[in-house]
Ligand binder design. Structure first.
Ligand code: ATP
Length: 260
């Protein structure tokens, strides 16, 4: 597998009341094409900061991020726009990407409205008809057309998250950053959404950066696992090595407090 994303010695601090907070310190990892890298660690360890840096929602103090070999900090604005399309995200709170005042199908169409030239092949036969395009995307996240005209508050948490995922895949990204995507859902809905994400990963050859404080969910989804603590990487290992006796004591602590 080729590497899709390379993160090299990334650091980011924020000004805090008691001095600078080192949110991310010297973090390096790669994500290969079609692979799911799980990022585990307790609240405040820097997981979302890593996500924000990759999504270019924030700028690192140091370090580099390369997508398909090109540094995101050394390319032209035009090329950056193209690369950014290849990385999409689904957050814990879907309201970050859904407009309360619009029927959900309109929010789903927003990325395609911004990048009309980027219609992916699985939407080519409905191109030109925005509503049919949205309906196709809904179908891919297992939502019927009866949900198209609902407003976000008229959907369940799981349905809202499916809509956010439909929006996330609409431009056929290569990498989907899932930051606590299923954390707020009850266990049954969570397992349905996780199964659907796995299916989408196969169908669209997606890579995932799958972020969760719950290492049991991470284990279910990932090919490889990276554990963070206090802004730094504790260790990285293939999923099947999670139960090895030589795992770091912090990783073992996360495992022992999870429900498998
Ligand atoms: N904009 C900001 N300003 C100041 N401090 C911040 C900012 N964003 C994050 N931090 C701090 O950086 C550290 C890492 O935060 P981050 O949100 O990345 O952790 P996390 O592992 O994603 O936690 P959670 O799972 O609770 O979201 C925390 O100490 C947090 O308080």
């Amino acid at each position: 597998m080729h590497s899709l994303l390379e993160v090299d010695r990334l650091s980011k601090s924020y000004a805090g009341t008691g001095g600078a907070v080192k949110a991310v310190q010297n973090v390096s990892f790669i994500i290969r094409e079609g692979e799911c890298l799980g990022l585990a660690g307790e609240s405040g360890c820097g997981k979302s900061t890593v996500a924000r840096l990759i999504l270019a929602l924030d700028r690192p103090d140091q370090g580099d991020i390369r997508m398909e070999g090109s540094s995101l900090f050394a390319i032209s604005p035009k090329e950056l726009r193209r690369k950014r399309r290849l990385i999409q995200a689904v957050f814990q709170d879907p309201s970050a990407s859904l407009n309360d005042r619009l029927p959900v199908w309109r929010s789903v169409m927003e990325p395609l409205d911004n990048f009309p030239e980027e219609t992916p092949p699985f939407l080519s036969d409905v191109k030109g008809n925005r509503r049919s395009t949205a309906a196709r995307l809904f179908e891919m996240v297992e939502l019927g057309p009866e949900y198209l005209d609902r407003y976000p508050h008229e959907l369940s948490g799981g349905q809202r998250q499916r809509v956010a995922i439909a929006r996330g895949i609409s431009l056929r990204p290569k990498l989907l950053v899932c930051d606590e995507t299923t954390t707020s859902l009850d266990v049954t809905v969570q397992s349905q959404v996780l199964r659907m994400l796995k299916q989408l990963q196969r169908e669209l050859s997606l890579s995932f950066l799958f972020i969760s404080h719950d290492i049991a969910v991470i284990e279910q989804m990932s090919d490889r696992i990276m554990v963070m603590k206090d802004g730094a990487v504790v260790e990285q290992f293939p999923k099947e090595k999670m139960w090895d006796r030589n795992r770091a004591s912090y990783t073992r602590l996360l495992i022992s407090s999870a429900c498998f």
